[in-house]
Ligand binder design. Sequence first.
Ligand code: EPU
Length: 419
Amino acid sequence: MDKIQINGGRQLKGEVFISGAKNAALPLIASSILVDGVSTFENVPRLMDISSIFMLLEDLGASCEFEGHTFTVDGAGINKIEAEYELVRKMRASILVLGPLVARFGRAKVSMPGGCAIGARPVNMHLSGLEALGATISIAGGYIEATAEGGLTGNEVYFDIPTVTGTENLMMAAVLAQGQTKLRNAAREPEIICLADALNKMGANIRGAGTTIITIDGVSRLHGATCRVIPDRIETGTFLAAAAATKGDVVVRDCVPDHLGGVISKLKATGAVVDTFEDRIHIKGSEIIKHIDIKTLPYPGFPTDMQAQFMALMTIAQGNSMIHESIFENRFIHANELLRMGADIKISGGNIANVRGVSHLQGAPVMASDLRASASLVIAGLIAQGTTVISRVYHMDRGYETIEKKFEGLGADIKRLSS
Ligand code: EPU
């Protein structure tokens, strides 16, 4: 297994280019199941999770090509409605094939995703939403089976909590349903708008994406289209946090500053100077990093996917910071690794972390436990005195494209140790 080695203490300087968003690319690629023809997706990042959905679609009978950053799917050959355990267990987001399969074929069998390092992550709202559209759901042998032989029928769907992939699954299911569907208390993430725009390009009729009520008028069929994946706001935020933590001076390019409102205002509160332009952000970190409090919330609130990176930044802030994780129940595993590097963090009540800033971190061997935790450890390694070696970086490879090369381009002393 590869490791990442970082000799810390260098300020990041220069420009970095942001890749397409993993969490926008995955639902877009899943939506190709709805089309009996060719769909093309541009700006797709080269990541492990994209390889996982490639394999899953090919296993269903689709024909996929991934050249450079362009991903093409011909859904005409899909002849299997079962997403197998061996493929789904590699990536929870495989649940995104459930909605489109049942919408197009009236039947789907998808291995039930288990929990993961950050929490139990149930899919009950995906299933109750599909039931509201007329699907019969059963769970047997670790598989979810959904049937709607005569097709799905539009209906009202209310989400108890805004769910990102739940909203995406239901949107994809409803586009071919008979009549109108309204998704209420829908998630509002930019990735939802990206998917709605793509589906509309394929001939769907979706309004209100990006608000809490999404209205979908079913159509009889979709056609192929060429759609572009939006820039990755979490990768953008990760480089901004790293720049602030190293007191650097960085321009982050090919991003959408508007998708990072919460992150940018918290960075400004640390004392960083942040200037936004149409598709780039210029950040100058402050010599003295001020403490801040954060509560993770659904978009447009502060993203849970940026919590770990901000915890690394707060380890060297002046004073005490409080981080309240309100989305996932177990998303502080990185705190224990940061403690090994000399951070002062106390977890209370399971979802509150009190971070007392220390003068510096020290390099240490540490272990990544999930995707964003691995980014947090990279930031910690960049600011620490001495050498940090991060193991289990396969977590990072799931969601950050050539991250060590990008940090190297900003002047970091970082390299991959291949096993
Ligand atoms: N939830 C339920 N029941 C459901 C669905 C969700 O109780 O049926 C709960 C979850 O347990 C959680 C909350 O609702 O407490 C919100 O979860 P959500 O469904 O929005 O998460 P997700 O769709 O599984 C996506 C991203 C995650 C990101 C979350 C939150 C993708 C592929 N994944 O997950 O990304 O953290 O939204 O923003 O879009 C990552 O990229 O590292 C990552 C984990």
